[in-house]
Structures are given as C-alpha cells and as structure tokens.
Write a protein that binds this ligand. Structure first.
Ligand SMILES: NC(=O)c1ccc[n+]([C@@H]2O[C@H](COP(=O)([O-])OP(=O)(O)OC[C@H]3O[C@@H](n4cnc5c(N)ncnc54)[C@H](OP(=O)(O)O)[C@@H]3O)[C@@H](O)[C@H]2O)c1
Length: 189
C-alpha cells in the first residue's frame, strides 16, 4: 500500500479551509485533485465530507473518518465510515489522504500510516476577504519539511506551485510517483 497525501495550502500561513469550505475558488486546483485521485480510495474527515458538494463525491470510493458515530453517508455503495484510523494499517489498496487538517495531522503521527508521498500545492494568491474560522496545516507542514525530501520539479498553474515530496529513507513505489509526475507534466501545469 502506498499512501499519498494531497492538499492545497495558502503560502505563508498554511491555511487550507474556512469553516467547512475553501477560502478560494481555483477551478484548476479542483481539477488537479479530481484527476490525481480518480479511481483511487480517498480518505477524509467527517467535516470535510460534510462540506463538499455531494455531486463531487457521488460514485467516488471514500473512507470517512469519524469519531462521533453520527456521520451519515449519501452513497452507501462507495462511502464507508471508519471510527478507528488504525484499521487502515493493512488496507489492501493505495490510499489518497484528502483532508482536512485533523486527518492530515493524524496520518503523519502514526508511523505505519505516514504518507509515502505528499502532493504539496501552495497557493500564492489572496484568500477570500470574508473567510472565517480558518483551518491550517502548519503542524503537518513542519513534519513535511523535516521528514520528507522535495523532488526538484516545480509545477505552476493559476498561482499554485506544486511540489512532490517523498518520505526520507522509505521505499516509495515508483509507479505511483511516475503517474503523479506524468499528470503534472502534461495536464497538471
Ligand atoms: N485545501 C485543501 O486541500 C483541503 C482539503 C480538505 C479539507 N480542507 C478543509 O479542511 C477543513 C476541515 O478540516 P478539519 O480538521 O476541521 O476536519 P476534518 O479533518 O475534515 O475532519 C475531522 C474529523 O475526523 C474525526 N477524527 C479525529 N480523529 C479521529 C480518529 N482517530 N479516528 C477517526 N476519526 C477521527 C473527527 O471526529 P471528532 O470531531 O469526534 O474528533 C472529525 O469528525 C475544511 O475547512 C475543509 O474545507 C481543505
């Protein structure tokens, strides 16, 4: 199993969200996320799940982490609720960690679940002026900078610079990295 974390954070403050939503509208970033994770099993927190448009998640294979036992799914065939992240340690497929901040941080803390690859998209533009209840991933970025190595390639599109980071000292499945790089080098920039 290869674990890939993917986020879009705001440069400097590492903000990724406002309340349950995003503090920006960047269609090419949404498209990059959708294409890089197409057909993959995505893991997200219950808050992110409840804040995303249902039409975007319908038909997507999702694992929703929820401690409260109150999360109701709207696509029973494809969406599965999980109350214990440790149950994912031997998951038979690659996992794409899709936020939010709580879930990114959790995966960095549990050694066997530490992402092998991080797709780090950094937005250099303005965040919405009326954005409230900001959520940031600074704690996760600190771990990224200490325990991961960036690949030399940089991809820039619509004020977002994307860098791929690999976990230091880990064997990272080359096919996964190759697929991500191929997408970034063609449609992703
Ligand atoms: N820009 C991006 O790339 C991006 C991507 C995704 C999301 N976001 C943003 O991130 C924000 C949401 O982040 P968030 O941190 O507030 O929420 P979250 O990470 O989406 O969800 C947290 C959920 O995980 C549950 N949880 C915590 N520990 C758990 C464990 N050990 N096992 C199972 N479940 C566990 C929590 O339950 P309890 O409440 O019971 O602790 C809570 O329901 C939103 O603003 C969203 O738009 C941004």
């Amino acid at each position: 199993m290869t674990i890939v974390s993917i986020w879009c954070r705001h440069k400097g403050d590492n903000v990724i969200g406002a309340g349950l939503g995003l503090p920006w509208r960047i269609p090419s970033d949404t498209r990059r996320f959708r294409n890089l994770t197409a057909g993959k099993v995505k893991v997200m927190g219950a808050r992110t799940y409840s804040g995303m448009p249902q039409k975007v998640l319908l038909g997507q294979k999702l694992i929703i982490l929820d401690n409260t036992n109150q999360c109701e799914v709207f696509d029973e065939k494809n969406h599965q609720v999980c109350a214990d992240i440790n149950l994912l340690k031997d998951y038979p497929e690659d996992l794409y960690i899709s936020g939010g901040a709580t879930i990114y941080a959790l995966f960095f803390k549990i050694a066997p679940l530490m992402p092998d690859v991080v797709v780090d998209c950094v937005y250099n533009g303005e965040i919405s002026v009326d954005a409230k209840d900001l959520v940031d991933v600074s704690a996760s970025v600190a771990i990224l900078e200490q325990q991961y190595t960036p690949l030399p390639q940089r991809f820039e599109l619509d004020n977002v610079i994307t860098t791929i980071w690999l976990k230091k000292g880990a064997f990272v499945a080359q096919d996964v990295v190759k697929t991500i790089l191929q997408y970034m080098e063609t449609e992703g920039k």
